[in-house]
Design a protein around this ligand. Structure first.
Ligand code: HEM
Length: 396
């Protein structure tokens, strides 16, 4: 009988095989020890995303509930979610995002040029998290000297110790980040700039009671924190997961290096093949009958993104990484009302990251002994990814 516990390190190591068995044997899986249900087929995950009334986000989107009751956008339901999202979308415009390309490229070039001519480097600590951290740092103006701390605390906040209970360190890191961003909000009130947070501060919106109002300090601190956290952890993980994919599929890597026009398609395949955000938690507001099982009301249900994007009912030969795959839609950025607000920015960063990376390093290997996986809740990715063999490639 298939067992799924996302905190069990052995399961995380081989999670796509577990997902396959869930889809085939237990599409409505129940973990009685931790007390949650899991939906693993693409169509079921998609339907749940499109029904936020039945599948509420308001009890948190994690299993361990570290985010429950906190005023994050992602854990709000309509009507509150609608106007909170509206005000962020208003300052997070496609024009503003598109205008960042030159800055993203310049940042990527600086980070990568340092390693040209070297034997190798750590693709996580020296590239994959630094790029998105500097990009979101500039966009929302996190002072440069605080960025490392924001990243370290975000990592601690993510880390889990093999159990379904968030460790004290994670709870403390979360509180410390809230404090850090509350201080920044107070400073920003005194000295507003042209960053996204200053714009949010100056924006008026109609709340769900029809009152015109502005965000208060606490709401701003949480917008700040969620953009800082979501804005770099996920992109960092996907860059590294993509570097691994291209090491395993060298022909695809060489094709992309020769024809960078294929990179946007490859990025979608990276998002499908090893998505950084592996599940989205929900809470049932009524009993749900599915595949002969009834999920009672008031139960935690996780929508298994990582399984949905490997569903053979939707994607042919899903375990294969195929940069030419025609992907009509995936759920790696979620779907429906909570669809990732940073998707356009993430896609831009990922395209530029791989354009610049492959331009310099079309050939590389991974030093397997140095690869360290990060064990988190729903975030899947690496802590370290040593890439080697660069010099050999340059002289080849
Ligand atoms: C590869 C990169 C990324 C991935 C895979 C990703 C994934 C996701 C997913 C799956 C959701 C939906 C959560 C749910 O339905 O419960 C989401 C929401 C969100 N993401 Fe992202 N994300 C990425 C990058 C970013 C970036 C760069 C930002 C900000 C700059 C961002 C900000 C947000 C926010 C604010 C939400 C909440 C939206 C809402 O609740 O309405 N994300 N993201």
């Amino acid at each position: 009988m298939v067992e799924y516990n996302p905190f069990d390190h052995r399961i995380v190591e081989d999670v796509y095989d577990v997902y396959r068995r869930l889809r085939n044997q237990a599409p409505v899986y129940y973990n009685s020890e931790i007390d949650f249900y899991a939906l693993s087929r693409f169509d079921d995950v998609m339907s749940a995303h499109l029904d936020p009334v039945t599948f509420s986000s308001a009890h948190g989107v994690t299993i361990e509930g570290i985010d429950a009751g906190q005023p994050f956008l992602i854990v709000k339901d309509p009507p509150e979610h609608t106007w909170h999202r509206k005000i962020v979308s208003r300052v997070f415009t496609p024009r503003r995002i598109g205008g960042l390309e030159a800055f993203i490229r310049e940042t990527a070039v600086t980070l990568l040029d340092e390693h040209v001519g070297s034997e190798g480097f750590d693709a996580v600590s020296q590239f994959s998290f630094r790029l998105p951290l500097d990009v979101i740092g500039a966009l929302i103006d996190i002072p440069a000297e605080l960025r490392e701390e924001v990243h370290e605390k975000s990592d601690v906040l993510n880390a889990r110790d093999g159990t379904s209970v968030a460790p004290d360190a994670a709870v403390q890191a979360s509180a410390a980040l809230v404090g850090l961003f509350a201080t920044l909000v107070a400073e920003r009130r005194k000295r507003p700039g042209d960053d996204v947070i200053s714009m949010l501060m100056a924006s008026e919106v109609q709340d769900d009671e029809g009152r015109t109002r502005m965000l208060d300090d606490q709401e701003l601190a949480f917008r700040f924190l969620e953009l800082a956290f979501a804005g770099h952890e996920t992109v960092a993980k996907l860059i590294a997961n993509g570097i691994v994919a291209l090491a395993w599929y060298p022909d695809a890597r060489r094709e992309l290096a020769a024809d960078p026009g294929l990179i946007p398609g490859a990025v979608e395949e990276m998002l499908r093949w090893d998505p950084p955000s592996q599940y989205q938690g929900r809470w049932t507001t009524r009993p749900v009958e599915l595949h002969g099982t009834t999920i009672p009301q008031d139960k935690r249900v996780v929508l298994l993104t990582g399984s949905a994007t490997h569903d053979e009912r939707r994607f042919e030969n899903p375990e294969m990484f195929d940069i030419h795959r025609k992907i009509e839609r995936h759920v790696s950025f979620g779907f429906g009302i909570h669809l990732c607000l940073g998707a356009a920015l993430a896609r831009l960063e990922l395209r530029v990251a791989f354009e610049e990376f492959l331009k310099r390093f079309p050939e590389y290997d991974i030093a397997p002994s140095g690869v360290v996986r990060q064990y988190g809740g729903n975030v899947r990715g690496l802590q370290n990814l040593p890439i080697v063999g660069l010099r050999a490639a340059a002289s080849a």
